[in-house]
Design a protein. Structure first.
Length: 268
């Protein structure tokens, strides 16, 4: 038996889609129902429809709802083949091309921060004389809880297992029960609450990483987001998607590019 009636499920899923582009179907209905049930319990509300009325009027509760229905699974240097391509192909090409010595990156859907910190480590490690460069990373997410973890920069021993020892020594301080990101690695990163349904107004990115995010959108919302990315990227800029995500069959301004073992899209 469903926690939500079909009417309640349709009302709430349509609201979430309208506000974020995240799409729920009957297949992932149990996920949405469990999140609504938990919010009703926390707010001591008996009827889901009453909660729906609250969300319509309360923008803060809407943010909490959108936060609760997103999945925040990530790790440092996730999808090794893409980071190999970043190290061996993308960074060297940008070094040759960027005469102004400025590199701008967007980590879209950055979750708890492992991705933007991984990118920053690669810049410091693989750009010759990094102090002579200006690199900036905008790291955005719809989850305020995840952004708080990211800004703090503390990660448990277990979450740092995928980081090689040389990087741990250079970019982290060992503290009780884990590792703390050093302040200088935080400097180029700006964490930002952002709903990908909206345009953040930022332009001239050289790289956009948006991995394992568009799988939650339907095709229409995916194409709208990709059009925003196209507007935000420099010509021939790089778009990294998740390994299970593809632009096949979509009408976008991106061209398929195979770099080593990684699939990366370029703005054409």
């Amino acid at each position: 038996m469903h926690y939500l009636t079909d009417e309640e499920f349709n009302l709430i899923k349509d609201l979430i889609y309208k506000e974020s582009g995240i799409s729920f179907s009957n297949i992932n209905r149990p996920i949405l129902e469990s999140r609504i049930k938990e919010r009703c319990r926390q707010k001591k509300i008996d009827l889901p429809k009453e909660y729906y009325q609250i969300v319509l009027k309360d923008t803060e509760e809407l943010k909490i709802l959108l936060d609760s229905v997103t999945t925040n699974l990530t790790k440092f240097f996730r999808n090794d083949t893409q980071f190999v391509a970043l190290r061996e192909n993308v960074i060297p090409e940008l070094i040759k091309k960027k005469t102004d010595k400025k590199i701008k990156v967007w980590s879209a859907g950055c979750s708890t921060g492992e991705e933007p910190y991984s990118i920053a480590m690669y810049f410091y490690e693989y750009i010759p004389n990094p102090q002579a460069w200006e690199f900036s990373i905008i790291a955005s997410d719809i989850s305020l809880k995840s952004l708080l973890v990211a800004k703090t920069g503390f990660y448990s021993d277990e979450r740092c297992e995928s980081i090689e020892k040389g990087f741990l020594g250079k970019f982290f301080d060992k503290v009780e029960n884990g590792f703390q990101i050093k302040d200088f690695l935080k400097t180029p990163i700006r964490f930002d609450y952002h709903n990908l349904k909206n345009d953040n107004g930022e332009r001239n990115f050289d790289i956009i990483m948006c991995r394992n995010v568009i799988i939650y959108f339907d095709k229409k919302a995916q194409e709208e987001l990709l059009n925003k990315f196209e507007t935000s990227l420099n010509n021939d800029g790089y778009l990294f998607l998740g390994h299970s995500e593809s632009l096949f069959g979509m009408n976008t301004g991106f061209k398929f590019s195979k770099i080593g073992d990684a699939i990366i899209y370029r703005k054409s």
